[in-house]
Write a protein that binds this ligand. Structure first.
Ligand SMILES: Cc1cc2nc3c(=O)[nH]c(=O)nc-3n(C[C@H](O)[C@H](O)[C@H](O)COP(=O)(O)OP(=O)(O)OC[C@H]3O[C@@H](n4cnc5c(N)ncnc54)[C@H](O)[C@@H]3O)c2cc1C
Length: 298
C-alpha cells in the first residue's frame, strides 16, 4: 500500500507529488498525461521582446524530479476511488488497482469553449481564458469578455482598470452580484446581455468579434483581446458522492487543502481557488504537506 496517491498531472498534482517525495513519502502519482492545461502563452502584435514566464517553465523543475523516479508515476485514467475503512482504493482504465492511506485529488476542470470560427486559431494571439494572467497585456486597448457569471464579471472589472473599453458579452443575463451592479455603472464597460458570439475575427491576431445582439442585429466589435469566461466544470466526479462539493461540483477545502473526508486533500482547479498556475503550484505543495501531517498523526 502507498502512503499517498495523487490523481492528476497538472501544476497542482505534479507539485504535490514532488513535495511528498521530498518528504520521503511512498507516493504514486496517476495522471492521464503530464502538464494539464499549462501550455498556453500569449503573443500580441506589439509584444516583441517580452518573454513571459510560462506555466510549463515554472513546472519544469518539479516535473523533472518525477521523470527521474519512474516508479512514482503511472500514466492512466482513474475510473473509481473508494474509501475502505482506513484507506482508499483506486481503479484505473487499464485495469490496475492501487491502495493508499491518503489521497490528493488534483484533477483540474474542463473549460467551456466558445466553439465558433476563429477561436482555436487565435488562442494565445489575443484570445485568452485567463484574465488573471493576461489582462495586464491589454493596457489602453479594447477588449471583449464573454460570460455572465462571477468569473466573467471579475475579468471585466479587472480589465476595466487596464483596458480602454470593455465589452461584456453575456449570453444570459448577468448573475446578480454586487460586482454586476458596479459594472453596469462603470463608464468604460458596456454590458450586453443576451449577446451570442458568432465568430472571432483576425488573421494572425485578434482584431474583432462578431456577436448577434438580443434584437437579432449582427454586430462587429473591434477589439484586440477576447477573454472567454464561460462556465467551468470541475473534474470531481471520482469523489463527489462522498466528499463535500459546492453546487457546481468544486471540492470544498479548508486553508490546509483538507476536504470533508479525513485523509482526502484537494488542490487546483477542482477546488474553488482561482485558475492560475502559480497559485496551484503553491496549493499542490500545501496539500502534500497537509497529507504528510495527516500521515504522521495516524
Ligand atoms: C485554455 C486555458 C488557458 C489558460 N491560460 C493560463 C495562463 O496563461 N496562465 C495561468 O496561470 N493559467 C492559465 N490557465 C489556467 C491554468 O492552466 C489552470 O488553472 C491550471 O492548469 C490548473 O491546474 P490543475 O493542476 O488544477 O489542473 P489541470 O492543469 O487541469 O490538470 C489536471 C490533470 O489531471 C488529469 N486528470 C483529470 N482527470 C483524471 C483522471 N480521472 N485520471 C487521471 N488523471 C486525470 C488531467 O489529465 C491533467 O493532467 C489556463 C487554462 C485554460 C483552460
Amino acid at each position: 500500500m502507498y502512503e499517498l496517491l495523487v490523481i492528476g498531472g497538472g501544476p497542482a498534482g505534479i507539485t504535490a507529488a514532488a513535495t511528498a517525495i521530498n518528504q520521503r513519502l511512498e507516493t504514486l502519482i496517476i495522471a492521464e498525461r503530464w502538464g494539464g492545461q499549462t501550455t498556453y502563452t500569449m503573443q500580441l502584435e506589439d509584444m516583441e521582446g517580452r518573454e513571459p514566464i510560462t506555466g510549463e517553465a515554472l513546472l519544469d523543475a518539479f516535473r523533472r524530479q518525477l521523470d527521474y523516479l519512474d516508479f512514482v508515476r503511472r500514466f492512466d485514467t482513474v475510473t473509481r476511488v473508494t474509501p475502505v475503512e482506513q484507506h482508499f482504493e483506486v481503479e484505473t482504465a487499464q485495469g490496475d488497482r492501487f491502495e493508499g492511506q491518503a489521497l490528493i485529488i488534483a484533477t483540474g476542470a474542463k473549460p467551456q469553449r466558445l466553439n465558433v470560427p476563429g477561436e482555436m486559431r487565435l488562442v494565445g494571439r489575443g484570445l485568452s481564458y485567463s484574465a488573471a494572467s493576461h489582462a495586464s497585456l491589454f493596457l489602453g486597448k479594447n477588449v471583449a469578455v464573454v460570460g455572465n457569471g462571477r468569473r466573467a464579471q471579475w475579468a471585466a472589472a479587472s480589465l476595466a482598470r487596464k483596458a480602454h473599453r470593455v465589452f461584456l458579452l453575456a449570453p444570459e443575463p448577468l448573475v446578480t452580484t454586487p460586482l454586476a451592479a458596479k459594472l453596469r455603472k462603470t463608464k468604460n464597460v458596456e454590458v450586453i446581455e443576451g449577446a451570442k458570439v458568432r465568430e472571432v475575427l483576425g488573421d494572425r491576431f485578434v482584431e474583432g468579434i462578431v456577436a448577434e445582439m438580443p434584437d437579432g442585429e449582427v454586430r462587429e466589435i473591434l477589439v484586440k483581446g477576447v477573454f472567454v469566461k464561460l462556465a467551468r466544470t470541475p473534474n470531481s466526479e471520482l469523489v463527489r458522492e462522498w466528499v463535500d462539493c459546492d453546487s457546481r461540483g468544486h471540492i470544498i477545502v479548508d486553508v490546509h487543502c483538507a476536504t470533508s473526508w479525513p485523509g482526502v486533500f484537494a488542490a487546483g482547479d477542482v477546488t474553488l481557488v482561482s485558475e492560475q498556475v502559480l497559485l496551484h503550484i503553491g496549493d499542490g505543495a500545501k496539500a502534500a504537506i497537509s497529507a504528510y501531517h495527516y500521515l504522521l498523526m495516524r
